[in-house]
Design a protein around this ligand. Structure first.
Ligand SMILES: NC(=O)C1=CN([C@@H]2O[C@H](COP(=O)(O)OP(=O)(O)OC[C@H]3O[C@@H](n4cnc5c(N)ncnc54)[C@H](OP(=O)(O)O)[C@@H]3O)[C@@H](O)[C@H]2O)C=CC1
Ligand SMILES: CC(=O)N[C@@H](CCC(=O)OP(=O)(O)O)C(=O)O
Length: 343
């Protein structure tokens, strides 16, 4: 059965990646594309690589323009989704790439986002235990943040199997510039960004902290303590999450690797690399995949878990389509790139 999808935020990075993936999806046709100030212009002016869609005219982002589709993908700045979703029919599958509906704790939301909590939708990270059952029975999906997906996939198996300690987890997320969106930002101007890497959201202030803690607490079955530092690097795409956690004394390195093999050996989009090879963002460009590796630093009695992914693909748009496939009863991998572009 064919489905039609509207994409809100079509002129942006996440919206553009959604359209690139949907353009090749065998069961989903692209319907209305909408945005903000660029409404009325041709899509090709904003997404020149989307040549098959170049003549599509961008419509205003209104519930009326988004209705009458089987699926609505929202790739808008946070805070825009709640009002729109309210006006969309309950049978319409709404998949939000923004943050509005990811957190289950209203207090955490208000602390980090400073606005009223809009609610909580089923979470678009199918690789989490129990997620597929939820995603297979919903018409509302909240897609994770890109750093969050990388850190979660890096640490989940070790915490879930009680091999890693839930206290004193440290994660550094190196991200490409497209993570900040297309709208020009002073800290992303070419000469300031080229050839330089810089931390931001330092000291636990980044808004992905509560979302990462939420996922790792689920894994560990108890609250975790986390220090997360994002780092902006001069590359267009990619997230490299390098995470460390204390290693339970009675556990062994082979138990740790076996835990990751158990969690990921049947996953189409999460690849535990052969021992001795390490994730690099270049392995995942344009793919809905995450490359993962884990080892033990015996001198520090800590495990080191690393995940690399493309922030626009597995980090948002690919995860959105993967989750939508599940909600529509389609094979989860339908229409999704499983191998990156290199070099
Ligand atoms: N970039 C990434 O790696 C990731 C992004 N996300 C989330 O995805 C969402 C989109 O991000 P991204 O694509 O990077 O952002 P961009 O800035 O690249 O694109 C934003 C899009 O939203 C549209 N827009 C902005 N304001 C309005 C408005 N008031 N009404 C209607 N449309 C509006 C813009 O249209 P116009 O150009 O016409 O103004 C544009 O199409 C955000 O919530 C972001 O947090 C999540 C994970 C990863
Ligand atoms: C480089 C950069 O700025 N990246 C963004 C992550 C984009 C993202 O995941 O956005 P939401 O969680 O808001 O959906 C950031 O760190 O805030």
């Amino acid at each position: 059965m064919g489905y039609t999808a509207a994409v809100a935020g079509a002129s942006g990075y996440a919206g553009g990646e959604l359209l690139r993936i949907l353009n090749g999806h065998p069961d989903i046709d692209i319907g209305t594309v909408t945005a903000g100030g660029s409404a009325g212009s041709a899509l090709g002016q904003h997404q020149p690589h989307l040549t098959p869609l170049a003549d599509r005219v961008i419509a205003e982002t209104t519930a009326r323009n988004l209705a009458q589709h089987d699926i609505v993908f929202l790739a808008l700045p946070q805070g825009q989704s709640a009002a729109l979703a309210e006006e969309l029919d309950g049978d319409t599958l709404v998949v939000d790439c923004g943050a509005d509906f990811r957190l289950s704790n209203p207090q955490e939301w208000e602390t980090y986002y400073g606005t009223p909590h809009a609610g909580t939708w089923p979470y678009g990270l199918p690789e989490l235990p129990g997620a597929r059952a939820q995603l297979g029975d919903t018409r509302r999906i909240a897609v994770p943040g890109c750093h969050v997906t990388a850190v979660t996939l890096a640490l989940f198996p070790g915490l879930a199997e009680g091999i890693l300690e839930p206290e004193d987890i440290v994660a550094v997320g190196v991200t490409g510039t497209s993570g900040a969106g297309k709208s020009p930002k002073p800290h992303l101007l070419g000469s300031e960004t080229m050839g330089s890497a810089a931390p931001y959201g330092v000291g636990g202030t980044h808004r992905h902290n509560p979302e990462i803690r939420q996922n790792l607490t689920t894994a560990a079955g108890q609250p975790v303590s986390l220090s997360f530092t994002p780092v902006l690097a001069p590359m267009p795409r990619g997230i490299l999450a390098t995470c460390t956690a204390r290693f339970r004394p009675e556990a062994t390195p082979s138990q740790l690797r076996s835990a990751y093999q158990r969690h990921y050996s049947d996953e189409s989009f999460v690849h535990l690399l052969p021992e001795g090879t390490w994730p690099a963002t270049a392995m995942t460009v344009g793919a809905n995949t995450a490359a993962v590796q884990v080892t033990v630093d015996t001198s520090a009695e800590r495990a080191v878990a690393v995940a690399a992914l493309d922030n626009l693909t597995k980090g948002t748009a690919g995860a959105a389509v993967q989750s939508a496939n599940l909600a529509l009863g389609l094979p989860e991998t339908t229409g999704l790139p499983a191998v990156g572009v290199a070099p």
